[in-house]
Design a protein around this ligand. Sequence first.
Ligand code: ZN
Length: 271
Amino acid sequence: MKKHLIVGIFAVGLVYSCATNPITGKKNFNIVSNTELFPTSFQQYGTFLKENKVITGTAEAKKVETVGLRIKAAAEKYLTYLGQNQYLQDYRWEYKLIDNKEVNAWCMPGGKIVVYSGILPITKNDAGLATVMGHEVSHALANHGAQRMSAAQLQQLGAVGVAVATGGKSEENQQIWQQAYGVTTQYGAMLPFSRGHETEADKIGLTLMAIAGYNPDESITFWQRMAAQSSGQAPPEFLSTHPSDATRIANLKALIPEAKALAAKVGIIYK
Ligand SMILES: [Zn+2]
């Protein structure tokens, strides 16, 4: 009797593990579903915003909001094109600029985006910002953060998601979360995205920025500015086992024609 129960639970687990990510077309080994993960995400995002200085009402904050809204619209259009618009139904998009001189940006599950003011001199214009935000949103859409957590960590966080309703949270969970999503400021504590994840986020990001009406060619000049300023020291989210700047730029150049062609098929929203 007990044995059957265990088998039953395991079978439910298998349903999750066979879920295909609609944007990458890959089978994700996800132990927790979005409905379990999102409450934790929204709670962690809220905590982060409380503990950091959010910039509001400035031209730069508005720019983050405007570009974010356009990337959101592009993601919705792209997933609708793929016949998967329900994938975003539980997303609660937010785009916040925080006062922090670090060169960083990230997106937590469910569309919770933060841009650090320190990256703005490098993004320089809307297309540069769209390069960064498109890339970060792509990590979220492809579930990369969850994939770099261990199964045990994911299960723990899934349980936290349920506990959030009752206000449960712990230091340990916050740490796991911040490492998985690139929030932490300590380089040593970062869990880098794999090279494959970086390339995937670059590729999807180019398509999103193109659908959103930004010229993907501008991503090249953004990365050239990034390479020039970092000179050997990559910023946190990009501090990964990622290819060198020169390789990344060459990869982007090769991906741009495909992104433009796909965006033309999906439909370019803002012209
Ligand atoms: Zn990345």
